[in-house]
Design a binder for this molecule. Structure first.
Ligand code: F1P
Length: 352
């Protein structure tokens, strides 16, 4: 519920008065420094890794720099191909996650520039990185990341716009529209929170299920991964996220009568494709909750239940679409009698 403010605070001061420039004072790179980057590795764990997946799409679209998103606990045990023109971006809510911190330290030893995106000023990640974008989410009271995710994603949009602007990338012409969209997000996030009662109803109905599936394409797939992690983390329901087009490669076998499938349909150019996947799971009698834009009445004939988010650019949808999924995990957890704030086997920062 603090997300509208957290998003606003993360944006504040970073978009210029005329609304057309990103001022990332914490970077203050010369255009040459921004121009020299030819490869980006985003390295993180858990929810922060999911934010990185959104970042990949966003940075590649605006700058055309190739981006790999790596799980820190894997990255630190392999020999990544890097050069002096590689930028490593580590993302960590706490700034203390050991795998992420180790990936940072090893990157520095390799002579690679490291940019941190973290919520905690003075954290190890903040102190040891070359540059830091602080997310302004404020402390996460619960263990599972929520507003940390949305503000990490906001930081990545800002960074992508900044990089495209400084490099004069072809994608830079989209920046004014994106910045206008970003400015509107706090208000829209507030509206999304009003979906809570409908989501609570759905969660209560399905809280005794042992499995759930999340499907989506493109950015919706990245958000589906985060939705399934949230559900696992705090409700302990077994949840899987699939790139919707991947269902036909075997997973469809798991879709049986009454299994809840949460289908994200916010990427307009992929709409028909995802709807065809909804039809496939419906044909196997899954119970489908569709997450789509307000005004999408067509979806009703394919889905059992519909949750809508107010219109923004599909490119910015992850910030809004994740909120109903966080609420779903919350209400499912409450319905199952769990302690939402202290999920089993999950530490605030994983330092081992
Ligand atoms: C990473 C993370 C969180 C998760 C939990 C355990 O932490 O996996 O995503 O919600 O808090 O740690 P961080 O590096 O982002 O602090």
């Amino acid at each position: 519920h603090e997300q509208p403010k957290a998003i606003r605070d993360t944006l504040t001061g970073r978009i210029s008065e005329d609304g057309e420039r990103v001022i990332l004072k914490e970077l203050n790179w010369t255009p040459e420094q921004a121009g020299a980057i030819d490869r980006i590795h985003i390295v993180a764990c858990g929810t922060s890794w999911h934010a990185g997946l959104v970042g990949k799409t966003v940075i590649e679209k605006l700058t055309r720099i190739p981006v790999d998103v790596e799980i820190a606990s894997e990255y630190r045990y392999r020999d990544p191909i890097v050069s002096e023109n590689t930028l490593v971006i580590v993302i960590s809510q706490s700034g203390e996650t050991l795998d992420t911190l180790t990936a940072l330290r090893e990157s520095k030893q390799r002579g690679v520039r490291v940019l941190a995106i973290t919520n905690v000023l003075g954290s190890s990640v903040n102190r040891e990185a070359d540059n830091t974008i602080i997310t302004m989410a404020g402390p996460e009271i619960a263990v599972a990341s929520t507003k940390a995710y949305t503000t990490q994603v906001i930081a990545l949009y800002l960074f992508a716009c900044y990089l495209a602007q400084e490099r004069g990338s072809e994608g830079a012409h989209q920046i004014p529209d994106i910045l206008a969209g970003l400015k509107g997000l706090p208000e829209l996030a507030q509206k999304v929170l009003q979906t809570a009662p409908a989501i609570e109803q759905f969660a209560r109905k399905y809280a005794d299920k042992e499995d759930a599936f999340f499907i989506g394409r493109g950015l919706d797939y990245a958000v589906a991964l985060e939705g399934s992690l949230k559900l696992k983390e705090i409700s302990y329901i077994h949840a899987e996220a699939y790139a919707a087009g991947e269902l036909k490669h075997g997973t469809l076998a798991l879709i049986t009568e009454g299994v809840p499938v949460i289908a994200l349909v916010t990427q307009d150019e992929l709409y028909e494709k995802t709807v065809s996947n909804i039809v496939e799971v419906k044909a196997r009698d899954a119970y489908v909750l569709a997450l789509t834009w307000q005004g999408d009445t067509a979806i009703q004939k394919n889905a059992d239940e519909v949750i809508t988010i107010p219109r923004t650019l599909p490119f910015l949808a992850p910030v809004l679409a994740v909120i109903p999924l966080q609420l779903l995990a919350y209400y499912a957890s409450v319905a199952r009698g769990n302690d939402v704030d202290k999920p089993r086997n999950l530490a605030k920062s994983v330092t081992v």
